[in-house]
Design a binder for this molecule. Structure first.
Ligand SMILES: Nc1ncnc2c1ncn2[C@@H]1O[C@H](COP(=O)(O)OP(=O)(O)OP(=O)(O)O)[C@@H](O)[C@H]1O
Ligand SMILES: Nc1nc2c(c(=O)[nH]1)N=C(CO)CN2
Ligand SMILES: [Mg+2]
Length: 210
């Protein structure tokens, strides 16, 4: 999605949450300074594993494990949203792609994302106004990654659309030409979550058009 299309949606999201665009821009700038020639993954590598392939996008709803029990993993490129990566790793599956803002459920989950990266996952690390501390702490531990922002893209900091980890996975699958997208671990109506998460799920549902 080009930024001109995303920007009005982004502005509505900022207003709804009371988030500040400047904070997102500062975080994106901070992340951009952590990119080197060695730790940057090219978009062509990402495209090569998505384009023309069926993609399984995994959210981290409580039903994820159950949903995954029906999946033939060899038929899909797997894209995992933050905590969903840890669930997959615990099942012995290394997702091909992970979208994360590094604020998953626990430090143990982040360690599993770092391990997945070592085992070949392409990790899209997302900068926003509320995760600069996490970027500073964990980004140096990722061997290779792609930097993303929800504000304006610049240099090698990309915006493929989407806000929370799950809907960003979906936008990445679409942007890079997935042949079809199957969802696992998405429960937009989950009431067993805090009010902010509830609002994020409401936006995810809207953005993913379900
Ligand atoms: N019922 C649900 N509870 C939690 N996550 C869900 C649910 N349904 C779908 N998801 C998706 O799973 C993604 C990963 O969830 P998880 O709780 O691991 O990460 P998170 O880091 O807290 O998410 P985010 O940072 O995007 O708020 C979310 O971004 C969301 O889009
Ligand atoms: N500024 C800001 N942006 C976000 C935030 C957040 O807490 N603050 N959380 C997200 C997904 O959890 C995605 N984007
Ligand atoms: Mg997260």
């Amino acid at each position: 999605m080009d930024f001109a299309t995303w920007e009005p949606i982004y502005e509505r999201i900022l207003e709804d949450f009371g988030f500040d665009r400047t904070g997102d821009e500062k975080a994106a700038f901070f992340l951009s300074y952590m990119l080197t020639e060695e730790n940057t993954i090219s978009l062509s590598e990402l495209k090569a594993i998505i384009s023309g392939n069926p993609v399984l996008v995994c959210g981290n709803a409580p039903g994820l494990r159950n949903d995954l029990s029906e999946i033939n993993f060899s038929a899909f490129t797997v894209i995992a949203a933050d905590g969903a990566a840890a669930v997959l790793m615990d099942m012995g599956i290394v997702p091909e792609v992970i979208c994360t803002d590094l604020d998953g459920n626990s430090e143990a989950d982040i360690e599993k994302e770092i391990l997945a990266c070592e085992k070949g996952s392409i990790v899209l690390i997302h900068a926003h106004g509320d995760n600069i501390d996490k970027l500073e702490k964990y980004v140096p531990r990722f061997k290779r990654f792609i930097a993303t922002t929800q504000a304006g893209p610049f240099n090698e900091v990309y915006n493929f659309g989407g806000f929370s980890d799950g809907d960003r996975c979906f936008f990445v699958a679409r942007e890079f030409g997935a042949q079809k997208i199957r969802l696992a671990g998405f429960d937009f109506e989950d009431n067993d979550v805090n009010p902010i998460k509830k609002k994020k799920l409401k936006w995810a549902k809207k953005l993913m058009g379900t």
